[in-house]
Design a protein around this ligand. Structure first.
Ligand SMILES: Nc1ncnc2c1ncn2[C@@H]1O[C@H](COP(=O)(O)OP(=O)(O)OP(=O)(O)O)[C@@H](O)[C@H]1O
Length: 304
């Protein structure tokens, strides 16, 4: 079963399509990175997943439950961290968590145990009785994350969870995501920070102007990209390179007489290798230069 299934989601504001026929599935137990520039439609998709926005078209189910028809069943099993979450500044960290814990059917003991565990997890145990209005942005975000985890959710939905955090705060958020994944939980998070998506995600979706432009593991996305944009094959030989003219080659850029980058329509390493060995040339290395997620992301945004 998929943890999250989004089918043909469309949300319009007037005539403007904020999300346009979006279809994607997230397998259980993985971290899914939802990547897109500002205004791409990430938050609109996430709010639809929570049933907080009613889309014009499409269906969404989480853990097999339709989010619009069975909202309570869904909410019991998920944790949601909004992009601009609010927090009760006049309450202490402990009281904030207690307030949210009260929404769930937990005994006093279970509640206290859970709050203690979470405050320790996010590094706020020593300041548990301090009013939250005295907290830094990073401390508040950590408390919000603890709040998101209060019901030990099976699926975590995090909208730009590291936005505005310093490197230490971002590190803590990322380590919590990794810990949850280890426990078998599913995490869906949105971001426009490439390094973070690359570091955390088992699967990535790239959304631009409301449309899903790429979907898959990083490897799959890079492969799809190379199939569209062409392959860069780096070669180094022992003897000087002869002129290489093989079907599929777009151009060759010689770095010196024994090193070159071959731009090709497909992966023609075998053909190159055969051709050179026929000409008595020994290959030192012959490798595909993989695009970075940044190459893929930027070209996806600006080119297509
Ligand atoms: N209530 C609304 N009324 C009109 N337009 C809206 C509304 N909410 C969002 N939009 C528009 O829909 C588009 C998608 O917005 P959304 O907030 O989903 O993007 P996002 O990818 O989350 O962006 P960001 O990274 O900046 O948070 C934007 O162009 C935004 O201006």
């Amino acid at each position: 079963m998929y943890a999250i299934e989004i089918e043909n989601l469309t949300k319009k504001y007037g005539n403007f399509k904020a999300v346009d026929e979006l279809t994607l599935n997230v397998e259980e137990g993985i971290v899914f990175g939802f990547l897109g520039p500002n205004g791409a439609g990430k938050t609109t998709t996430i709010l639809s997943m929570l049933g907080l926005i009613i889309p014009d078209e499409g269906t969404i189910s989480i853990l097999g439950y339709d989010v619009f028809k069975e909202p309570i069943k869904v909410k019991e099993r998920i944790g949601f961290l909004p992009e601009n979450a609010t927090i009760y500044g006049e309450l202490t960290a402990w009281k904030n968590l207690e307030f949210f814990a009260n929404f769930y059917n937990l005994s006093k003991q279970e509640k206290e145990k859970r709050i203690e565990e979470l405050l320790k997890l996010v590094g706020l145990w020593d300041v548990k009785y301090r009013k939250v209005k005295t907290f830094s942005k990073g401390m508040k975000q950590r408390l919000l994350l603890a709040q998101t985890l209060i019901n030990d959710p099976e699926v975590l939905i995090l909208d730009e969870p590291t936005s505005g955090l310093d490197p230490e705060g971002a590190f803590l958020v990322k380590s919590i995501v990794k810990e949850e994944r280890k426990k078998g939980k599913t995490v869906f998070f949105s971001s426009h920070i490439l390094s973070e998506v690359e570091e955390l995600s088992d699967k990535v979706g790239i959304i631009v102007k409301g449309r899903l432009r790429a979907l898959g593991t990083l490897e799959e996305i890079k492969k799809q990209f190379m199939e569209l944009e062409g392959y860069e094959i780096k070669i180094e030989t022992k003897q000087p390179l002869p002129e290489i003219a093989l079907p599929g080659i777009i151009r060759v850029e010689y770095l010196n007489n024994k090193k070159a980058i071959i731009f090709a329509k497909n992966d023609i390493r075998e053909e190159i290798s055969e051709y050179l060995s026929k000409n008595g040339i020994t290959i030192v290395s012959l490798e595909i230069e993989e695009p970075s997620l940044e190459d893929v992301f930027l070209k996806t945004i600006y080119k297509r």
